[in-house]
Design a protein around this ligand. Structure first.
Ligand code: PLP
Length: 384
């Protein structure tokens, strides 16, 4: 009999919370009015979107008017950059070498379009040098975009310090916080961030819905231009049921935050120390300035893809680097930016947990992985 699935890939996506599904159902069945229409059926949809906006704002501690719903985290990231460059009329973006492809590939496109991009390096632990960041800001810099938490390693950038620095230098600041909701507190009354991206499917809402926080007073140029929805900031008929789902998930994320930071951290730490007992295992990324649910580990001499395949045969889901690059043989750009050799980077396996996991699952993974590593090493004596 097939073993039950153990899902340790929560940075790729998460399972939908049952409460989220329940909240969505009426908006997939009887409440189907287009929120832009004039009759009562549409009014119900408009009110549901407003309710969700308030819940998402509650999660981020901001004003509901500062929330723009998007189709995903990628769109929110693209929109922040596009908007900042066009509303300021400036041509320069400062970002980092370890951003998600939503920023990375968009930045490369901007370069091809004639914009200038500075790609800041990170050190071996995945951290930025803030002096270098300050020096990279020029008179024609429109925006600094630096992620809050890295999706591959979980490493955190000091968003408070970066936002204060940007404010001092008079440039806008965007942070890709897609990996943060439900794992760490986001209190926008304390962080002077101008734009912040989130994605529902990373915190137990459905896929295909995200949001961009735009601080009050910061100008926006719509990236998706259409019928003037979202207060003229994002065109396109709203994904009503998913927006309602994200609102519900935002409420739950606030309620489970303590669990993530305590229980999930304990499981992650148990998993990590167990895996580190395997000879030749090492953690990639800073050990303390890190998300509570993530560990990224290399097993010396092994290709992560081989480990993944073997674990998949045992119904254990983990990932090698970013989910979006799985399938390509390129080493992770995040790990190579941290100074890992391409062969080392190709060995990195990411385990990312959520409060839907259990300690028994951690124990099972700890009993399977050492066997898998030993088997693979026995098949590849040359690599050792
Ligand atoms: N930014 C980060 C840090 C991510 O981890 C992801 C998803 O993996 C994204 C952006 C893109 O979000 P979405 O999949 O909703 O487009």
């Amino acid at each position: 009999m097939k073993a039950p699935t153990i899902y340790f890939d929560n940075n790729a996506t998460t399972r939908m919370a049952p409460e989220v599904f329940e909240a969505m159902v009426p908006y997939l069945t009887e409440h189907y009015g287009n929120p832009s229409s004039a009759y009562h059926l549409a009014q119900v949809s408009r009110e549901a979107i407003q309710g969700a906006r308030e819940k998402v704002a509650g999660l981020l501690h901001c004003d509901p008017k500062e929330i723009v719903f998007t189709s995903c985290g990628t769109e929110a990231d693209n929109m922040a950059i596009w908007s900042a460059l066009h509303t300021t009329g400036k041509k320069h973006l400062v970002t980092t070498q370890v951003e998600h492809s939503a920023i990375h590939n968009f930045g490369e496109r901007l370069e091809r379009m004639g914009f200038a991009v500075t790609w800041l390096p990170v050190d071996r632990t995945g951290q930025l040098d803030l002096v270098q960041l300050e020096e990279a800001i020029r008179p024609d810099t429109a925006l600094v975009s630096a992620m809050w938490a890295n999706n591959e390693t979980g490493v955190l950038f000091p968003v408070d310090e970066i936002s204060a620095l940007c404010r001092r230098k008079g440039v806008l600041f965007h942070t890709d916080a897609v990996q943060v909701p439900g794992k760490l507190e986001i209190d926008l009354t304390r962080h002077p961030v101008d734009f912040l991206s989130i994605a529902g499917h990373k915190f137990h809402a459905p896929k295909g819905v995200g949001a961009l926080y735009v601080r009050r007073g910061v100008r926006v140029l719509p990236y998706v231009l259409g019928g003037g929805q979202e207060g003229g900031r994002r065109g396109g008929t709203e994904n009503l049921a998913s927006i309602v789902g994200m609102g519900q998930a935002a409420e739950l994320a606030l309620a489970t935050l303590i669990d993530e930071q305590t229980q999930v951290r304990v499981w992650r730490d148990k998993l990590e120390s167990g895996l580190l007992a395997i000879p030749g295992a090492q953690v990639n990324g800073h050990r303390t300035s890190r998300l509570p649910n993530t560990t990224n580990i290399c097993f010396e001499g092994l290709e992560a893809e081989a480990v993944l395949l073997k674990l998949d045969q045992q119904s254990i889901c983990v990932s090698s680097g970013s989910a979006c690059t799985t399938g390509s043989v390129e080493p992770s750009h995040v790990l190579t930016a941290m100074g890992l050799a391409p062969e080392e980077a190709k060995g990195a396996v990411r385990f990312s947990l959520s409060h839907f996991n259990t300690e028994a699952e951690v124990d099972r993974v700890l009993s399977v992985v050492p066997q898998v590593v030993a088997e693979l090493r026995a098949q590849m004596p040359v690599a050792r």
